[in-house]
Design a protein around this ligand. Structure first.
Ligand code: ADP
Ligand code: GN1
Ligand code: MG
Length: 363
């Protein structure tokens, strides 16, 4: 990591109103480095992020996407007569030479306003889940009329299950870390589920599913809530891009409707929290009015799909020798894989109950 002086020098490249005096690590993300920036009065004023350039290879596209998305949403909020808009959409600050990011010779940096009196959670109550459902449905609705072709795929094939399985098979073939033997049972489970988990791509080819602009990382901690438990803002916009709509219910169910943690070592704790699932679905259906009948019917499948996809992605990274996700110990990706797979099993056990709930919602 950079020294304090280096970080302050990076911050000095941006058009900040307040003088930055310190920046410290913040949040639990697996990809970028996020820092909270303090002013002379000790108040949090900015978020500084080092973009993970080995994952987001086209930083221009990435930052142009984010600029287009935040500008579009800001305009919608203004048209609706919303107040306190700087707490309801992220505000990125340009550099002194008018760029959307700063390159310091080896890393790419960006700065946005810190949203005051906001909190993100790793776990939510059904009440907050309902609010989150409405927020993500609304986020997708606001972006539904963004001009086609304006947003690029910041990570090509990001939520393409067929592609993720291809990467998994490539990892198995190379077995770079010599770990494949050790995880034979998990590999078998991945294979058993593979066909059923690739139906979105098939339905798309048949013209039955369309692509929409999605957030594609609707983890529970990518929402900021205010003091009253209401959603202020959807954050972490790196992966907002065209894809399949199920992504944005799937990742929330995967992270918020889990009675355990994403990397729980105690698998007995891992399982689906049906109250959180139901609350999210109710909220989401209220604002995601654009859904087709087929997409609506597939919402519970979205939870299983994203949990399966994450199982495959963590296992692939474990087999590759931990080259993608930040890890806190050598077996972290394996622990994550097992916890995700346990959640998948629980989601499968509750599939009928989820379908029945959906039918009831539609009446
Ligand atoms: P990552 O890619 O590392 O997940 P995020 O953009 O999600 O990065 O930020 C990590 C955490 O920092 C979030 O979960 C949230 O708690 C906090 N955070 C991010 N942006 C802001 C902001 N503008 N204002 C307040 N808190 C923020
Ligand atoms: C990563 O950046 P973060 O921690 O919100 C990942 C997501 C995964 C998630 C698993 C760009 O998200 O796709 O679902 O970890 N982001 C990227 O927790 O790969
Ligand atoms: Mg995040």
């Amino acid at each position: 990591m950079k020294t304090k002086e280096q970080l302050l020098h990076i911050l000095a490249q941006f058009t900040l109103k307040d003088k930055a005096i310190a920046a410290g690590a913040f949040g639990n993300g697996h990809i970028n480095d996020t820092l909270k920036v303090i002013n002379e009065q000790g108040e949090a004023k900015y978020i500084l992020q080092r973009i993970n350039h080995s994952i987001f290879k086209n930083v221009d596209m990435l930052q142009n996407n984010i600029h287009a998305v935040t500008t579009h949403i800001r305009k919608k909020l203004e048209e609706k007569g919303e107040t306190d808009i700087n707490r309801k959409v992220l505000t990125f600050l340009p550099t002194k030479d008018g760029k959307l990011y700063h390159f310091d010779g080896d890393s790419y940096w960006r700065v946005c306003l810190f949203i005051p009196r906001s909190t993100s959670y790793e776990e939510v109550t059904p009440e907050k889940s309902y609010e989150a459902g409405k927020a993500f449905g609304n986020f997708q609705s606001m972006l539904s009329d963004i001009p086609e072709g304006l947003l690029g795929e910041t990570i090509p094939d990001f939520h393409n299950m067929t592609f993720r399985l291809q990467q998994f098979h490539d990892a198995l073939k190379a077995d770079a870390a010599g770990r494949a033997d050790k995880v034979k049972n998990l590999i078998d489970e991945v294979e058993k589920h593979a066909k059923a988990m690739c139906i979105q791509e098939e339905l798309y080819r048949e013209g039955k599913l369309k692509k929409r602009v999605n957030h594609c990382d609707t983890k529970v901690n990518n929402i900021l809530f205010d003091e009253d438990g209401k959603v202020l803002c959807v954050i972490d916009l790196d992966t907002v891009m065209p894809g399949f709509v199920l992504s944005d219910i799937g990742d929330f169910i995967r992270t918020a409707a889990n009675t355990g943690a994403e990397d729980d070592e105690n698998l007995d704790k891992v399982g689906v929290n049906m109250d959180v699932f139901k609350a999210y679905t109710r909220g989401y259906l209220e604002t995601a009015k654009f859904l087709t009948t087929l997409e609506t019917a597939m919402l519970p499948y979205g939870g299983r799909l994203l949990t399966y996809m994450q199982t495959v992605r963590f296992l692939t990274d474990y087999i590759n020798g931990d080259t993608y996700y930040k890890i806190r110990h050598p077996e972290h990706n394996l622990v994550r894989t097992k916890a995700q797979f346990k959640l998948l099993q629980s989601l499968e056990e509750h599939a009928e109950e989820m379908d029945a709930f959906l039918t009831q919602c539609e009446k």
